[in-house]
Design a protein around this ligand. Structure first.
Ligand SMILES: Cc1cc2nc3c(=O)[nH]c(=O)nc-3n(C[C@H](O)[C@H](O)[C@H](O)COP(=O)(O)OP(=O)(O)OC[C@H]3O[C@@H](n4cnc5c(N)ncnc54)[C@H](O)[C@@H]3O)c2cc1C
Length: 388
C-alpha cells in the first residue's frame, strides 16, 4: 500500500472490490469474452454495490468519494484480465456518466445519472466517426434545431457499449459551418426511432460491445441538449484529462499484473535444471519491467492527486496515457516472451492481455495526437483551459 495516497479505508475498499470481482465476475469472464458481451445482471450488481457512483454526487445517489477510490476501481478491473469487461464498466462510469454529471441539468441527472449509478441504465459516449476520430472538430454528424426539437443525422463508430447501452451521449454539430464552436452534446434514448447499431469484430477487448451507430433523422426534444449549445468541443476536451488518466492508470495496472504473473511463473518453471528466476538475463529483464511499471504508477498517482485537488492536468494526463500505454504494451510483450510457448496459449493470460493492451495507444486519443497536444504545450507554450 502506498500510504501517500491510500488510507486504510481505501485498502478495505480494494480488498472488498477484489473479492467481489473474484466471486461475481471472474467465473463468467471466459463466456463473456467468447460471446462478445457481458450479461445484464452484472451491471445491476455493480450498481447495487455502489461501484458506478464512487465519484458521483450524493444528491443523485453517488458516494462522493475521492479519486483514489476510482484509481482502485480501475486497477482491480485490470487485474482480472478482461480489458473488454473493464472497458464496458469504466466507459459507462467515466466516459458517459462524466458528461451526464458535468453537463446534464437536474432533470437529466435524475432521469439518467441516478439510474446509471444504480446499474439500471447503461450509457455510451459517441464522439468518433467513420470519417475520422482524431480530428474531433471535423466531425460531420449534425443536430439541427427545428422548433422545440433537434434532428440528428450522421454516424459514429468504435463506440464502447454502443449496442447494449440504454442511452447515448452524442456529440454533433449544431452549427456545421463552425469547426470548434459549432459542436454540442446531447443525451439520446436508445429506442428513439432512427438509431441503428452494428456490432464490430475486433482484435481484443472481446467482452466489450463496440459498435458503429447510424442516426437517420433522429428527432429528440430540445431539452436533450446538455450544457450550452456550441460548447461541446471544450466539454469533450475538458473531460479528456480524466479519460486519459483513466487509460494511463489502466495501463500501469495491467502491466503490474503481467509482472506479478511472470514473477510467479518464473519461480515455478524450470529450464536446464533450475527455475527461470535464476537466469540473470531474465532477472534483469524483470527488473527493468518492474522499474518501468513503478515509474508510471507513481507518476499516475501523483497526477490523480492533482486532479482530485481540482487542478486541470491536461498535459500531465496526456503524458500519462502516452507513456503508460507504451510501457504496458512493451512490458506485456516481454512478459509473454518469458512464458515461452505458454505465453502464446489462450489458457494462459498473456495472449488476451497482449491483445487487449494494444488498444491503449489508440483509443481516447492516439499516441500521435497526444504528442501533438504535448508538443503544443511544451514547445509553443499553448495553454489549455477548462470550459467555463
Ligand atoms: C475498441 C475501441 C473502443 C473505442 N471506444 C470509443 C468510444 O466509446 N467512444 C468514442 O467516441 N470513440 C471510441 N473509440 C475511438 C477511438 O478514440 C479512435 O479510434 C481514435 O481516437 C482514433 O481515431 P481513428 O480511429 O478515426 O483514427 P484516425 O484519426 O483515422 O487516425 C489514423 C492514424 O493517423 C494518425 N493521425 C491522425 N491525425 C494525425 C495528426 N494530425 N498527426 C499525426 N498522426 C495523426 C493517428 O494517430 C492514427 O495512427 C474506440 C476505438 C476502439 C478501437
Amino acid at each position: 500500500m502506498n500510504s501517500m495516497y491510500f488510507t486504510e479505508e481505501h485498502e478495505a475498499f480494494r480488498q472488498s472490490f477484489r473479492d467481489f470481482l473474484q466471486k461475481e465476475v471472474v467465473p463468467h469472464i471466459d463466456k463473456w469474452e467468447k460471446e462478445g458481451t457481458v450479461e445484464r445482471f452484472i451491471w445491476k450488481k455493480f450498481g447495487e454495490m455502489g461501484y458506478f457512483g464512487l465519484n458521483q454526487p450524493e444528491e443523485y445517489g453517488g458516494l462522493g468519494l475521492d479519486l483514489f477510490y476510482t484509481v482502485i476501481f480501475l486497477e482491480e478491473l485490470q487485474k482480472i484480465n478482461s480489458g473488454g469487461f473493464a472497458a464496458n464498466m469504466w466507459a459507462h462510469a467515466y466516459l458517459a456518466m462524466t458528461h451526464v454529471n458535468k453537463e446534464g441539468d437536474d432533470r437529466i441527472k435524475r432521469e439518467y445519472l441516478t439510474p446509471s449509478i444504480e446499474g439500471d441504465k447503461i450509457g455510451c459516449l459517441c464522439i468518433t466517426e467513420p470519417f475520422g476520430g482524431s480530428d474531433v472538430a471535423g466531425m460531420r454528424t449534425t443536430a439541427i434545431k427545428k422548433g422545440d426539437t433537434y434532428v440528428i443525422n450522421g454516424s459514429k463508430t468504435f463506440i464502447t457499449n454502443g449496442v447494449y447501452s440504454d442511452y447515448l451521449v452524442v456529440a454533433a454539430k449544431t452549427n456545421p459551418e463552425d469547426k470548434h464552436k459549432g459542436m454540442s452534446i446531447f443525451i439520446v434514448d436508445r429506442d428513439t426511432p432512427g438509431i441503428s447499431s452494428t456490432k464490430l469484430d475486433k482484435l481484443g477487448w472481446r467482452a466489450s460491445d463496440t459498435a458503429e451507430i447510424a442516426f437517420d433523422n433522429v428527432v429528440i426534444p430540445a431539452e436533450s441538449l446538455m450544457g450550452e449549445e456550441g460548447k461541446g468541443f471544450p466539454y469533450i476536451m475538458q473531460h479528456f484529462a480524466l479519460e486519459r488518466l483513466v487509460m494511463g492508470i489502466n495501463a500501469h495496472a495491467r502491466a503490474e499484473y503481467a509482472v506479478d504473473y511472470v514473477v510467479q511463473y518464473m519461480s515455478e518453471r524450470e529450464a536446464f535444471g533450475k527455475t527461470l528466476d535464476k537466469f540473470q538475463a531474465l532477472r534483469h529483464k524483470v527488473a527493468e519491467m518492474a522499474s518501468r511499471v513503478d515509474m508510471c504508477r507513481e507518476y499516475n498517482y501523483s497526477i490523480a492527486k492533482r486532479l482530485n485537488d481540482g487542478i486541470y492536468v491536461v498535459k500531465e494526463a496526456s503524458m500519462s496515457k502516452l507513456l503508460s500505454t507504451k510501457m504496458a504494451d512493451e512490458v506485456i510483450y516481454d512478459a509473454l516472451q518469458l512464458l515461452g510457448g505458454y505465453g502464446y496459449m489462450e489458457e494462459y493470460p498473456m495472449a488476451r492481455l497482449l491483445r487487449d493492451s494494444r488498444l491503449g495507444p489508440i483509443g481516447g486519443g492516439t499516441s500521435e495526437i497526444l504528442k501533438e497536444i504535448i508538443a503544443k504545450m511544451v514547445i509553443d507554450k499553448k495553454e489549455y483551459r477548462p470550459a467555463t
